[in-house]
Design a protein around this ligand. Structure first.
Ligand SMILES: Cc1cc2nc3c(=O)[nH]c(=O)nc-3n(C[C@H](O)[C@H](O)[C@H](O)COP(=O)(O)OP(=O)(O)OC[C@H]3O[C@@H](n4cnc5c(N)ncnc54)[C@H](O)[C@@H]3O)c2cc1C
Length: 435
């Protein structure tokens, strides 16, 4: 039987010999013992890099979903690693809990999101990986390793961001908070004002981010602030159910693909369709429980590059990237995205010991991205940027080892847990510098 696996954007395709869907940790261990390499775990396939690609075995944990137990005093929950964030939200809420922070979407499997350092925005808030308290890892030999600050601390420090290169996680214990509501406000603001006030806006709001279409003079800001107001339930759209905005945006992407000079006017138009933001506005925002407030639905597909750079250099870096995009002559329509992430202590986290700003460049999935991303990447590298592991970049071991002070310690743990390299595909061999 021929299997085909594809990522969300459709640019990574694999034809593994076997695809396995264990339902228990024992089945997972047996699968790992017998499986033909490279053995790669798949979450929801929302990474843009070929992390999951394999001609051998792809393992998904979609049958390993649910909350195993929770501690209402310590505010932690033990969660099966294949649980999607979308399923997890209501499960935690029913137990009076919520995740501390989340990113743009909630389609990812918990282990997939944790494995690449997936993050939202917030000056005081770390990535999802930074909220991990412990995990259970099944190694390439089928052994189970438990890792936390107290037990196997080197596996804990290496493993929280390790994108399936140490083994396959079966369970993850997440630090949570009591369930909380967020109010969303935002709108259009002059980009010069946003960049001047970026740190003040970060400090005044639990979550602050903005999008900037480089040809526009305004950016679109978004704030989420904690509130005691009564949340309204949100109707979640089914897969592929499009809004009017999705249809307009897709039509704009298609039009600018064929008529590139439209990209400037259309970016200005798309920006102007948001209302102007005023901090003195008394109009209330949308109030929802946190798990319904964080995620958006992304129906217009794209490819993405994202780098984390030192937080204080964020405004200069995004100005430079936007100027490059305007001047390069390369055709694109999507906006830049700008977020804050707090420093952590995870060896391969892009936020290791560094408060960061992340800047993302997107390209519509039907357009080539290489030229656009190459120019942006050269700028990110001058700002000491570290790439998101799940988003496109061209760095190899020589460059990555200089960005991560604990690189060699990570490789030592990886070689100890997977001495035969059964978990390495071509992409991982390149980034780890293995023949
Ligand atoms: C529309 C869209 C929006 C996004 N928004 C954000 C955002 O807001 N913030 C952000 O930081 N990123 C974002 N991303 C990137 C995304 O969160 C990451 O790439 C994430 O890793 C995808 O999770 P996944 O479940 O799809 O995992 P996959 O892409 O399938 O896998 C990711 C990695 O995790 C590993 N893995 C999966 N399961 C396990 C397991 N059980 N044990 C060990 N390793 C495992 C895989 O081997 C792989 O290396 C977005 C991506 C898309 C397409």
């Amino acid at each position: 039987m021929a299997y085909v696996w594809s990522n969300w954007s459709g640019w990574v395709k694999s034809w593994p010999k076997t695809m396995l869907e264990p339902a228990t940790e024992e089945e997972l261990a047996a699968a790992l013992r017998l499986a033909e390499g490279p053995v790669r775990a798949a979450g929801s396939g929302h990474s843009f890099t070929p992390l999951v690609d394999s001609s051998g075995t792809i393992v998904t944990l979609r049958h390993m979903s649910g909350v195993v137990d929770h501690d209402a005093t310590a505010l932690t929950a033990r969660i099966k690693a294949g649980t999607t964030l979308r399923d997890l939200g209501p499960m935690l809420f029913d137990r009076g809990l919520g995740l501390i922070n989340q990113g743009d979407i909630d389609r990812q499997a918990l282990a997939g999101a944790v494995g690449t350092g997936t993050h939202g925005t917030g000056g005081e808030l770390g990535s999802l990986s930074a909220s991990v308290e412990a995990f259970r890892l099944v190694t390439a030999d089928g052994d189970v390793v438990i890792a936390s600050r107290a037990e196997n601390p080197d596996v804990f420090d290496a493993g929280r961001v390790s994108f399936g290169s140490l083994g396959i996680m079966s369970e993850i214990t997440m630090r949570c908070r009591r369930a909380y509501a967020l109010e969303e406000t935002g709108g259009r603001m002059a980009v010069s004002d946003v960049l001047t006030a970026a740190e003040a806006l970060r400090d005044a709001n639990r979550h602050f981010e903005f999008w900037w279409f480089p040809f526009a003079d305004d950016a679109i800001v978004k704030f989420l602030t904690e509130t005691d107001k009564e949340p309204k339930p949100r109707r979640r759209r089914a897969d592929g159910e499009e809004t009017r905005d999705d249809k307009i945006f897709r039509a704009a992407c298609e039009a600018s693909r064929y008529v590139p000079f439209l990209r400037g006017p259309m970016q200005k138009y798309l920006t102007s369709s948001s209302g102007r933001y005023s901090s003195t506005l008394t109009e209330p925002g949308r109030v929802r429980w946190s798990h319904e407030a964080f995620p958006s639905d992304r129906n217009v597909r794209f490819n993405e590059m994202e780098y984390a750079i030192p937080a204080e250099r964020g405004p200069d870096c995004i100005r430079e990237v936007a100027a490059y995009m305007r001047d390069s002559g390369v055709n694109f329509l999507f906006p830049l995205e700008y977020r804050y992430v707090a420093a952590d202590d995870i060896w391969l986290s892009p936020f290791y010991q560094r408060d960061s700003v992340t800047i993302s460049v997107h390209q519509y999935h039907r357009q080539p991205y290489a030229a656009l991303f190459a120019g942006a990447e050269a700028i990110f590298r001058r700002y000491e940027g570290r790439p998101h592991w799940g988003k496109l970049h061209t760095l190899g071991a020589a460059e990555l080892s200089k960005l991560y002070p604990r690189w060699d310690d990570f490789q030592a743990v990886r070689r100890r847990l997977d001495p035969g390299g059964k978990l390495l595909n071509a992409h991982l061999k390149r980034i780890f510098g293995e023949a």
